[in-house]
Design a protein around this ligand. Structure first.
Ligand code: ATP
Ligand code: MG
Length: 442
């Protein structure tokens, strides 16, 4: 097991070491290297204080990103690298972040404050520094806190969600004492800033073991997002389902490609079912209007998680429309392109595919229809089929020349676009103008 340090990082390590400091890659980059993956970023820990870091690196541009916490971001060969002074975290009176940090010249103390054994290793002079059995845990596929789990979660409640994130992403099991503390102390998550929760939740949702983790730690998920808790006690006695609404939700998350917005949409898509459930005289459950109710809950959750506006809109809209007919018909799909645009239509089909995959196999014939609809949309886009005003072969000016003015121009353009989309008129200037004269001008 070795760590291959890229030249941009080597340059920094050498400069700091030549100035008499200890400096080594630490945390995620060591973990990922030992797993045989290419790290997506490199963090350096050093005995140099932030000012000393800057002084030791005269040829590099340094940005004082978190100087109070000892972090300087250094640009090396075009790559931003975080260089953080060895530190001991102070008291965590708010369960979020240390009130103050204390710099130290001891790497061991810096490693000891880190969350999990697999994240608490450093690489120095060609050797792994592994004080807490991180390498063994990596090999065994085990996620374990450094120190006493209760204490570590008490210090920073976010670690509870980070534990589940790493277990999901790495497909690791959660060591027993760590898992017990995750369950017992899950309420601490309520004190954590929503932005920090969402950053971890996105990654958790995209992990290969997301289903196993959501099932084993549903209580943690419901503590963070209490609106989802009723799903777990919502049976679905219908021909379309063979499990309760939570199990269906988890299967749908697993079935979606690992894209955070898609997977979040699946997590929320049926959240309104419990409130909409009714049972008829034959004992069959119905969930009339659950898409709208789910969208209301999704709206609440994306606001709570502080999703960026655009992402929030996609998720809420997709939840609301997850049952929208998207059957493989050219005119229908051209109309959908007009209503929602290509990106959303493709997103919606992926949502419907994941939803279908999470249903019993006698409904899987729908997967073929979804693939057909995707192919039709691709063809429509390739053919540059008209679905927006900007593609229409007449412009406002053409209608002004025909004597229209004011809002009537916009209305006429909309009507003509509709005629093209519905297949009632070809998208050609003369044809459109005569269509307008014959059908719309009165
Ligand atoms: P990723 O691949 O997601 O970047 P990472 O391990 O680098 O994984 P970061 O969130 O970037 O995770 O954190 C970098 C390192 O800082 C971690 O490996 C860990 O050692 C330490 N760390 C981060 N957050 C915490 C925390 N809340 N408590 C203790 N240590 C933490
Ligand atoms: Mg990182």
């Amino acid at each position: 097991m070795t760590v291959s340090v890229p030249p941009s990082v080597k340059a920094l390590l050498e400069a700091l070491q030549n100035a008499g400091f200890r400096a080594c890659p630490v945390g995620g980059c060591v973990r990922d290297s030992l797993l045989g993956k290419v790290p997506h970023d490199w963090d350096i820990a050093t005995s140099a204080k932030p000012q000393e870091v800057e002084a030791a690196l005269p040829g590099f541009s340094c940005i004082e990103t978190g100087i109070r916490h000892g972090t300087v971001t250094v640009l090396s060969q075009g790559h931003p690298i975080e260089v953080t002074t060895f530190r001991i975290d102070g008291v965590y009176s708010d369960h979020r972040r240390p009130d103050h940090v204390q710099f130290t010249d001891q790497l061991a103390l810096d490693l000891q404050r880190r969350d999990f054994t697999i994240n608490a290793m450093a690489w120095e002079h060609g050797q792994v520094i592994d004080l807490f059995g991180g390498r063994a845990d990596l090999q065994a596929g085990v996620l374990r806190c450094v120190g006493e789990p209760e204490v570590r979660f008490e210090e920073d409640g976010l670690r509870i969600l980070r534990a589940l994130r790493f277990a999901s992403v790495l497909d690791f099991s959660v060591e027993e004492k760590t898992a017990q503390a995750v369950h017992q102390q899950r309420d601490l998550l309520r004190k954590i800033a929503a932005e920090r929760l969402y950053a971890e939740l996105r990654k958790l949702l995209c992990g290969p073991a997301v289903g196993r983790i959501l099932r084993a730690f549903s209580d943690v998920c419901f503590t963070m997002l209490p609106q989802l808790a009723p799903l777990a006690s919502c049976p679905q006695h219908t021909p379309y389902h063979d499990c309760d609404a939570w199990e269906h939700t988890v299967r749908a998350v697993e079935a979606a490609p690992p894209d955070p917005l898609l997977r979040l949409t699946m997590l929320l898509h049926d959240a309104g079912k419990p409130a909409c459930r009714s049972t008829d005289a034959d004992g069959i459950d119905h969930f009339y209007g659950h898409e709208k109710e789910s969208a209301n809950i999704a709206q609440e959750i994306v606001r709570f998680l502080h999703l960026p506006t655009k992402e929030a809109r996609v998720v809420v809209q997709a939840v609301e429309r997850h049952m929208l007919p998207m059957s493989p018909s050219r005119p229908l799909l051209q109309r959908r392109l007009r209503q929602f645009g290509p990106d959303f239509c493709k997103f919606l089909l992926q949502v419907q595919r994941a939803d279908t995959k999470a249903q019993p196999s006698h409904l899987h014939f729908r997967l073929e229809q979804i693939a057909e609809s995707e192919a039709i949309i691709d063809t429509l886009l390739e053919e540059n089929a008209c679905f927006s005003l900007s593609q229409l072969a007449v412009r406002g000016g053409d209608l002004l020349a025909c004597g229209l003015s004011g809002p009537a121009v916009g209305k006429a353009l909309d009507a003509l676009l509709q005629a093209v989309v519905e297949g009632n008129c070809p998208n050609e200037k003369q044809a459109l103008l005569s269509f307008w004269k014959t059908h719309l001008s009165s």
